[in-house]
Design a protein. Sequence first.
Length: 300
Amino acid sequence: MKTTARILRWGAIAVLVLGVSVVSQEIVISELAWAGTAASSYDEWIELRSLSDHAIDLTGWALRIGETIVPLGEAADATVEARTPTLEPGGYLILERTDDDAISDVNADIIYKGSLANGGMRIELVDPTGTVIDWVDAVEVGWPGGGSGDAEVPYCTLERTPSLGWDSNDGVTINGLDAEGNALHGTPGQMNSSEIRAQHEPQVVVEYPNENGVILRGTVAVRWQASDPDGEDAALEITLLVSSDQGETWTLVAERLANTGSFGWDTTAADACEDCMLRIEAVDPDGNTGRSTSLPFAID
């Protein structure tokens, strides 16, 4: 027997990230099975998620998949069936391509015609006023996550992170079965794996340096805050890394530091740069890692 998507809530946030911009957060694109499933590469599916605290009438809403228009509130254009006229607070909307078999044990809310290009494409979520409120643009650089059958986690989905960035399903936190009964490497109708991991990862904030254009010389008191949602903050181990090429590569500054909140960094041993960034990582006893990166600064 199929089940309907379980309702969970994600706090509404506004953020700009690479390849994705969110203008209004009532609904977001949450998960894409752009490569299909192990049962069939044609069994693509898409998940949308409500970040609202009220029910949303889907009349007039649409998803643009390249040139294909998929209305969310009615059977028209590329929408074959629209079964869920209202999206509940914190709810999920599951779109399955062609039929209701891509996810064999979860009911589709929408059946649509169309396809997701493995090389990447642009997808837009449009509200009833015609405003594009969310999108992922993978035309030039390809999908920012997910994978096909030869990926390390085969047919893993592209999933939204709590910061509204993108990641790949980890193959551990999963839900649902494909048309042949194989476990999906995705989480249709449930929290994405990155969100589950975030609940256990240490929370880190770089306090200093964290101002655009600040110039560091000599011994600098690096400051941070790090906490462990699963245990004692004092049990965290801290690592400091610096990048002089805007985050392309990172060089170790110090590791296995106690979580004291401060470290004296002698910048005279570091290469001079105008756009350095400092990364602070905290690792808990279970191996969960949280990290935070500073704004650019200079070492002179």
